[in-house]
Design a protein. Structure first.
Length: 443
């Protein structure tokens, strides 16, 4: 009997004991192809020797030294690696232990930036409906996912939520992709004007929406328009790339493909690829300079910031991605996977949409393809797909199926960048079995 409060307590979990490339092996010897990288984490698979050796070497030299006394070499080298590849204008980084901490850091950085500049009325954040930015109370308040928030309301910070950029459900039939992007971005300006421009400090969005909508990329031009609006009103643009960053979409930062530089960008999952828990909050030189010049310094910190072994692991991961040309494979296999899914599900009565970027792909399931009517939330279709997939030896990350019917159940696929063409086929074959099995249970 387990003594752990797991996320779900109904069914006992298999015990993971080993990893082999993109496979996880349980204590009964069953193999699971990790088609979601856990939760878009394991971009190198589960047994990269170079990364493991780098972490061991750092543990031998120095596992950890508190950053109020010292900096350390792996943290400095990782900061250099990331900032030298980040969009122009991003100059400094703050290392934490995961995505929620990275976002908490981003929000406090934004607040202190305006505080130090004497713009103290700017405390409001605008984010988007159906978004997820982490589970600590600040990050949860910024997220617009009704289900995750409900139990914990009232939340700590006042945040307003505009509609997400979600073409499958919100683009009108007579509208081009670009016109839709323009219209979706205009919602930000309207909300800024409603709140009063001088009271807003930041707009927060995932560049490509992961867990809550299932790999939904922005419409073309959406973020360029958002950037213009933020600039017009002196508001910071914070992009959450905790899930979509670090190569997952085929470029190191997902926003490179949208031609925008955020003021702050957060990343986590793929940064350490699961070998170590680590997240990062990258910031513009303007923000860094303002806070560095303030008498109080940054009024924030965690015990494990800049953790030496975590940074050594992440540095080895990021170097391996470059040395092994894995962004290239991510782009190639991403196209292959999207095409294979498209072919397999082209005529499927319950697959409404397949979208994404790179190896970050979402499949949205609907009760009716014509009307896009989702399955009933109480059918728990996405949980059934997950269970059927595990039965078939496949890990995928299903979510959605919100009670309000604003989106369908979806399956997020985010396999490791080392995936091969035959493993892509294995994903599609097993997923088709899982989807049909789950739908048969509810029809
Ligand atoms: N932001 C996004 C976009 C995420 O997908 C997640 C986790 O799924 C988080 C933040 C929170 O990250 P963590 O679970 O590492 O705290």
């Amino acid at each position: 009997m387990t003594r752990i409060l797991h996320r779900q307590t109904r069914n006992p979990l298999p015990v993971a004991v080993a990893g082999e490339g993109p496979y996880v092996i349980d204590s009964a010897g069953r193999r699971y192809l990790d088609a979601s990288g856990g939760a878009a984490v394991s971009c190198l698979g589960h047994s990269h020797r170079g990364v493991i050796e780098a972490i061991k070497a750092q543990l031998d030299a120095l596992p950890y030294a508190h950053t109020s006394f010292f900096t350390n070499e792996p943290a400095e080298a990782l900061a250099e690696h990331l900032t030298s590849r980040a969009p122009a204008g991003i100059s400094h980084v703050y290392f934490v232990s995961g995505g929620s901490e990275a976002n908490e850091t981003a929000f406090k950085l934004a607040r202190q930036y305006f505080w130090n500049r004497g713009e103290r009325e700017r405390s409001r954040i605008i984010a988007r409906q159906q978004s997820y930015h982490g589970n600590t109370l600040g990050a949860l308040a910024v997220g617009g996912n009704a289900g995750r928030r409900a139990v914990y309301e009232p939340l700590l910070i006042e945040v307003s939520h505009i509609e997400p950029c979600y073409a499958y459900r919100h683009r009108r039939d007579d509208e081009s992709e670009e016109a839709y992007g323009e219209r979706a971005a205009a919602a930000l300006e309207a909300e800024i004007l409603r709140l009063g421009p001088g009271t807003v400090m930041a707009f927060v969005a995932e560049t490509v929406v992961g867990a809550t909508l299932g790999a939904v990329p922005p419409a073309p031009g959406y973020f360029r328009r958002i950037r213009e609006i933020c600039d017009r009103y002196g508001i910071l643009l914070i992009l959450d790339e905790v899930m979509s960053g670090m190569g997952r979409t085929g470029t190191l930062f997902a926003c490179e493909q949208d031609g925008v530089t955020p003021d702050i960008v957060t990343c986590a999952k793929g940064l350490g690829a699961g070998y170590q828990p680590i997240g990062a909050c990258l910031m513009s030189s303007t923000i860094y300079d303002t806070i560095a010049a303030s008498p109080e310094g940054f009024q924030h910190g965690f015990t494990y910031i800049g953790h030496a072994s975590a940074c050594a692991g992440a540095l080895a991961v990021q170097r391996a991605i470059e040395a092994e040309g894995l962004l290239d494979n991510c782009r190639k296999q991403g196209i292959r996977l999207a095409e294979a899914l498209g072919q397999r599900f082209a005529q499927h009565a319950h697959v409404g949409d397949i979208r994404g970027r790179g190896l970050f792909i979402g499949v949205e399931l609907v009760a009716d393809r014509e009307t896009k009517q989702p399955f009933a939330a109480q059918d728990r279709l996405n949980a059934r797909v997950k269970a059927e997939a595990m039965e078939a030896g496949l890990m995928c990350y299903p979510a959605g199926g919100t009670a309000d019917g604003v989106s369908g159940d979806h399956i997020l696929l985010a396999p490791p960048f080392i995936i091969t063409p035959s493993q892509v086929e294995e994903i599609v074959d097993k997923l088709a079995v899982a989807v049909d099995g789950a739908i048969a249970e509810v029809r």
